[in-house]
Design a protein around this ligand. Sequence first.
Ligand SMILES: [Zn+2]
Length: 410
Amino acid sequence: MNIIAIIILIALLFDFVLNRLADYLNLTMLRDDLPRDFEGVYDPDRYRKSQEYLKVNTRFGWVTASFDLIVLLVFWFGKGFPLLDEYLRAFNFGPIICGLMYMAALMLFKALISLPFSIYHTFVIEERFGFNQTTPTTYFLDLLKGLILAILLGTPLLAGVLSFFEYAGANAWWLCWIAVTLYMLGVQFIAPTWIMPLFNKFTPLEAGELKSAILSYADSIKFPIENVYVMDGSKRSSKSNAFFTGFGAHRRIVLFDTLIRRHTTGELIAVLAHEMGHYKKKHIIQSLAIGIIQMGFMLFLLSFFISYPGLFEAFYMPRESVYAGLLFFAMLYSPLDFFIGLFMQGLSRRNETEADRFAVKTTRDAQSMVDALKKLSVHNLSNLLPHPLYVFLHYSHPPVLQRIKTLLVG
Ligand SMILES: [Zn+2]
């Protein structure tokens, strides 16, 4: 084993152990008595159910993470990477096509082995806790559409990246950076009108009390919106949400039908005020900019490592190639990605607090936001008392009790 292999192996094991430790600590936080803020909102039975939901999901996470790690290690040390390479090279398709096939084969393999787990999660766990609304037909149609979309959108992107690193020499990384950035922005631009309607139905919110309340709130904070859409989230899950998509004229507010059904107008305005807060406080632009910078940094590093022999030796590859270099570099990059991810989560939690504050300040109605958060947590069986390490590793939002405290105290 060379130094690259040792680094990647240690990173994989460290990640696994750290996550299991966080899971374990998270479970030790479970208490029988309900936190004071939730008295009268959570009935004791449902509270116990939320703890059971956490335990079941933690156990499930344990099984999938162990399985994934074992499969990867067996494939790696069983020389799966060179075997697949040898097999595909025999077709003599040239480096780009061969690279596309190599990546596609690995992705398909990964998707297939994780399929039983995904089916179990949707139709057994989510079903048992009353969240699943998906029919097997919808589930498999989603898979099929996702696969076609991945082929249509992923092939040109990957072919482009491979071509740059194959033919553009020292300029490859920054040419690639510009191309990938434009491509990603393009995809985000067309997503609300071309991609998302493939999976859900979006209907304009009908005129009425809610719509006029939303428009007049948006007007009060000088946030012009053309229309509000309702999405049939209930087609898949009873969990609810609200979000924004697109930029400029394509920008739209989307409310899940499940959200509208369960909340008062005041609560819905609070939720939307929070979402608009993300725009007003420039969080969307911020994360986009960080993402673009991060990608440039990664591609720059990639340009040094892509033809480094040690990278190929680590995976027993006798012959170097751009596609395999790209894949192995991604694994070597994962420890760095881990720390960047932690930073991004921390930033996200800070932004969520800022958006909450924005909502309270502009609606002058902290109580509606608190009520909305409580209802959402109870309905979604959220864990009220996550362990700080678990929050540090996984939470994009502050835990709900902390959010409530910030909303009420300021
Ligand atoms: Zn938010």
